[in-house]
Design a protein around this ligand. Sequence first.
Ligand code: CA
Ligand code: CA
Length: 108
Amino acid sequence: MHNRKKVLLKKSEKTLKSHLKNYKVKFFGNKDLDELWSEKDDDKNGWLDKFEAENFVKEVARIIDQDRAKNFDMSEFPKLFEKFDEDKNGYLSKGEMAQFIKIVFKGS
Ligand SMILES: [Ca+2]
Ligand SMILES: [Ca+2]
């Protein structure tokens, strides 16, 4: 029996928008977050690795209510990525990213 150790990435059925439905914040720009997610998900596997997630979060910081973005320091990103990658698989799912956004870009 072949038992190849391969990380099985299960695509999240829920959209980022639905994960964030209780997060009342305005995003500027004409893309929604799920569109932005697909755009930054370079290999289209449905998850964001560290590089992809960094690009995604940079864009979020640009389009989110600037009152929330002002406390975010991009140099802390590597640490935050580890923290919010709850299952430590090296990728952020939409659920994990929703937590990232809710906590890192919380209102003051
Ligand atoms: Ca990806
Ligand atoms: Ca993960």
